[in-house]
Write a protein that binds this ligand. Structure first.
Ligand code: F0G
Length: 421
């Protein structure tokens, strides 16, 4: 199986361009990377992955600058359309670490990217590839963050952007971003999965270039989250993390992290048994990946009705499942679902350590707490939790989870009296 951790270095096909090509994960068909627009395999419609003839080791990155483009040698292009994405903090959370009861806990806060989510790492690559391909309009379906990032990177690249959003289910901060960065916003009377079906059809008809995570180039940029986490743990603990816990929607990040680690195994920077256990967390109301992992299924069953306060991961048809399921299994990871209350509690826990995240992001910490309580995560594990988006993305959820403002008179004595009550 091509997605196994022990896969050999692939043979370079004739259609490779400068040592880079696209390969179908199902049938192995190869394609030139930048000659035509394609998102899936022409032969079998399987998902595509970017392949390289010569991948760097971890040591090769030393002295290479900071952020996503530090890792250019593991990316399909030398440079991107950039606003300095990546190089996000790997926060210590000593109280939470002790409370949850693991050897080490670090929070990789992707909300600290330019538009406030990890999507920037994918867009800096994806929008640059769009320019390379010479396409016109860029488009995505989105629960919000992808649309914000596409709008920002599209405008920076001087390109037109179109975003399809599920009406009434996108947090205010994200719509504001897409709007100000100049995207044309279509509010669809349907959920995210319906939006993605439509935007895929538009892309097939040549109306727009698709920048959802089905696009294999976007996931290349998101690999850098995994590389930064490994480098951070090696610097601080002299070892890679035992486990990485992350929220799952379309399972793009799960796929991207697994690919980053497979490539490191291939070049000998990581032993197979050292690869962090990829552990996915979904909301109870939108948990098709968890269902598949629990049932040991090779495919995910699409959930038609999904609901959760964590609107970013309100997704019933995780399109990257064929890449992500092997990642969870091969690394010895797992998947778990959490309730909306558990998500909000974790959002408060993180806020109590000074880290502001949106609900979907807090799912990782909620999932870790639950897995630790169930004894699935051991107390001697070193764990990284990914928090994917910033608190300000969803101000309404933050206000609802936090304290109410208290009205007081505009004078000191009145305020002192109020405080003493
Ligand atoms: N966390 C946040 C904050 C997200 O916005 C998303 C996905 C995820 C987690 C899930 O990541 O798809 O890689 O498993 N948001 C997409 C969007 C769907 O449109 O912004 P995944």
């Amino acid at each position: 199986m091509s997605l196994s951790l022990s896969a050999d270095q692939p043979t370079v096909p004739d259609d490779a361009d400068d040592g880079v090509w696209l390969e179908c994960i199902e049938c192995g068909e190869t394609f030139a990377p930048f000659d035509d627009v394609r998102y899936t395999c022409d032969e079998c419609d399987g998902l595509l992955e970017v392949r390289y003839d010569d991948l760097p080791t971890l040591e090769d990155y030393e002295g290479q600058g900071q952020g996503v483009w530090r890792y250019a040698d593991a990316l399909p292009l030398e440079e991107g359309v950039t606003t300095q994405e990546g190089a996000t903090p790997l926060y210590e959370v000593p109280r939470l670490e002790e409370d949850i009861g693991v050897e080490a806990l670090r929070i990789k806060h992707e909300g600290m990217n330019p538009t406030g989510s990890f999507k920037d790492r994918g867009m800096t690559v994806g929008v640059a590839v769009a320019k390379e391909l010479g396409v016109g309009r860029l488009a995505c379906a989105s629960t919000g963050n992808t649309s914000a990032a596409l709008a920002a990177y599209g405008s920076r690249g001087g390109m037109e952007t179109l975003v399809l959003l599920p009406a009434g289910k996108v947090a205010a901060g994200k719509i504001a971003q897409a709007s100000l960065h100049g995207a044309r916003i279509l509010e669809v009377d349907g959920n995210f999965d319906a939006c993605l079906d439509i935007v895929q059809e538009l892309a097939q008809q040549g109306e727009a270039y698709l920048l959802n995570s089905l696009n294999p180039f976007r996931l290349e940029g998101q690999k850098t989250i995994g590389l930064e986490i490994l480098e951070g743990f090696l610097a601080d603990y002299d070892t890679v993390p035992d486990r990485i816990v992350l929220p799952v929607g379309n399972a793009g990040n799960t796929s991207a992290l697994y690919k980053a680690f497979r490539e490191l195994v291939q070049v000998g920077s990581l032993e197979e048994d050292e690869v962090p256990k990829l552990t996915g967390v979904q909301a109870e109301g939108a948990a098709p990946m968890v269902e598949a992992v629990e049932n040991g299924a090779d495919e995910v069953r699409r959930w038609e009705d999904v609901e959760t306060r964590a609107t970013a991961i309100r997704i019933g048809n995780p399109v990257n499942a064929p890449k992500a399921l092997p990642g969870i299994r091969e690394t010895g990871g797992t998947a778990i679902s959490v309730s909306d209350e558990e998500i909000t509690d974790a959002q408060r826990d993180l806020a109590g350590e000074g880290i502001g995240v949106e609900p979907a992001s807090a799912a990782s910490v909620a999932g870790l707490r639950k897995l630790r309580a169930e004894g699935i995560v051991d107390d001697d594990e070193r764990v990284a939790c990914l928090t994917t988006g910033h608190l300000l993305k969803d101000p309404d959820a933050a206000a609802a989870a936090g304290a109410e403002p208290e009205p007081v008179p505009a004078e000191t004595d009145g305020i002192l009296e109020h405080l003493s009550e």
